[in-house]
Design a binder for this molecule. Structure first.
Ligand code: NAD
Length: 470
């Protein structure tokens, strides 16, 4: 599906090249930034039901200008070295855009997880983790994985435990992985963080009426017609939040086996339940089914949220895309060639390296929480509550006005971990939007994607130059 002319890596490199040109960066430095520092290719055997199976996996280390290097682990049959390298590069750029002090990395195993039992997946994951740890590609201080397509809290828990047994004297072992279950040191709000981040990006976009007008839209997120591709971790949460909390109307959901369309709106929650029960969306009663799911990407809508896989908007279909805004929740859903076609057609692209950064932002919070060995809010929650009460009492005494109900509750509630994580994520996504907007304006750029990449390359270049690496 990816643009035949270029690999995923080439597509990412071309975006970086555009930014390098804008900055007039020296070629040697640009090449140092763009290329992967190291790529580990693994073949590892695991005994499955009495037979030895050999699995192929990778971990690419794109940059180490900040440590640890950070990036998810993907389990899919489509995983290959080029993809892992491209995703590792995107991680470097992503972290720079949202001011997360990490380098970029990514891992993957070529596997169909649905074909193996839970115990078999545990053995495969533990073996992969052991290979990574013994080769220096897994550690709280240098390389920290997280979930990506096909992996989740369960896999992160297995990886954590594998590392812990190999390094029992590492007091920070819990920080070797993020996206863990909360009872094993995970942070509240990490599971939904990427989707939540997509929501915060869209909210911020709709706060800027000039950007909204430039996309040919008016008003806010409420009532906007959304086509959503992928109902996995990212797509499900993004779709659920924008529809249930902001009033956006999900008019189509595209999944692996086809698409559902209903102009009156589709319940993300109900479709997710149906998908989990039936393994596909075909047969869902409250929407029309379209066998050729990818054709639905071309449906008339306000927002298109590709949240499944890379290369779905390519040279072959880009000119037929009718959405006014494409919010790239997946990594690399638009090829370089398609990106240019969309921009020339006046479509606003909110780029992946920014839009789906919520996961790594909250992973950063989780890593910090693990290193400090204390849950966010534990020290200040009750203190803030009593301070709130004191202020209220002082105001009541001086004004004679008595606060009651929801207002009193809100003013005297101390922040818990989830509230703090959400606030930190919201602030980060808003801050990054402002930086991208300013860069777009100051350099006279046509699109948000180039502006985001210029920011990333500029920050990484500065960190290389500051320490005199080159
Ligand atoms: P996931 O495995 O949870 O979900 C992927 C979903 O896409 C599944 O529901 C799957 O059935 C669906 N899908 C697969 N092929 C499809 C097709 N051809 N058409 C339509 N739907 C299809 O994965 P995820 O974690 O939600 O990741 C999705 C994307 O977001 C990936 O590009 C990933 O790299 C990116 N991403 C994920 C995170 C994260 O925190 N999980 C963070 C940043 C970026």
């Amino acid at each position: 599906m990816v643009d035949k002319e270029f690999s995923f890596c080439d597509n990412v490199d071309r975006m970086a090249d555009k930014a390098v040109d804008v900055l007039g960066l020296e070629k040697g430095l640009a090449s140092a930034i763009k290329g992967c520092n190291a790529v580990l290719e693994l073949r590892f055997p695991v005994e499955i039901q009495g037979k030895v199976e050999v699995f192929k996996g990778w971990r690419a280390l794109h940059s180490i200008h900040r440590l640890p290097s950070k990036g998810g682990i993907r389990y899919a049959t489509t995983v290959n070295q080029d993809e892992v390298k491209a995703l590792a590069a995107l991680m470097s750029y992503k972290c720079a855009i949202v001011d997360v002090p990490f380098g970029g990395s990514k891992g993957g195993v070529c596997i169909d997880p649905s074909k193996y039992t839970r115990d078999e997946m545990r053995m495969i994951t533990r073996r992969y983790a052991r290979e990574l740890a013994t080769r220096g590609f897994l550690s709280p201080s240098t390389n920290v994985p997280a979930p990506d397509m096909g992996t989740g809290q369960r896999e992160m828990a297995w990886i954590l435990d594998t590392y812990k047994h190999l390094h029992p004297d590492d007091i920070n072992y819990v920080a070797c992985v993020t996206g863990k279950p909360v009872h094993l040191g995970g942070v509240r709000g990490r599971v939904e963080a990427t989707g939540r981040g997509v929501q915060y990006v869209l909210r911020e976009f709709f706060r800027h009426s000039d950007d909204v007008a430039a996309a040919g839209l008016t008003g806010g997120l409420g009532g906007k017609r959304v086509v959503l591709q992928g109902l996995g971790n990212v797509g499900y949460h993004a779709g659920k939040f924008v529809s249930e909390e902001d009033g956006a109307l999900i008019v189509a959901i595209i999944e692996r086996d086809g698409a559902l369309v209903n102009e009156a709106g589709i319940s993300v929650e109900k479709v997710k339940e149906y998908l989990l029960e039936n393994g596909g969306v075909k047969g869902y009663p409250e929407a029309a089914f379209v066998e050729d799911g990818s054709s639905v990407l071309e449906m008339e809508c306000d927002l298109l949220i590709p949240a499944a896989l890379e290369g779905v908007i390519h040279k072959g279909n880009a000119h037929r895309i009718k959405a006014r805004v494409v919010a790239e929740a997946a990594n690399g859903p638009t090829t370089f060639a398609a990106d240019e076609i969309l921009v020339n057609n006046g479509v606003t692209i909110l780029p992946d390296a920014y839009v789906n950064a919520g996961g790594v932002v909250v992973s950063y919070f989780e890593w910090v929480r693990n290193l400090s060995h204390i849950r966010f809010g534990r020290m200040e929650k009750r203190f803030e509550e009593s301070r709130g009460r004191q202020i209220i009492e002082a105001i009541q005494e001086s004004t004679g006005k008595v606060f009651t109900g929801a207002t009193l509750g809100a003013l005297t509630k101390g922040p818990d971990e989830l509230a703090l994580v959400r606030s930190g994520l919201d602030d980060t996504m808003r801050g990054a939007y402002e930086q991208i907007r300013q860069m777009k304006e100051s350099k006279g750029l046509k699109d948000f994607s180039t502006a985001a990449f210029v920011i990333a390359i500029e920050k990484i270049a500065r960190s290389y130059q500051d320490v005199g690496v080159l």
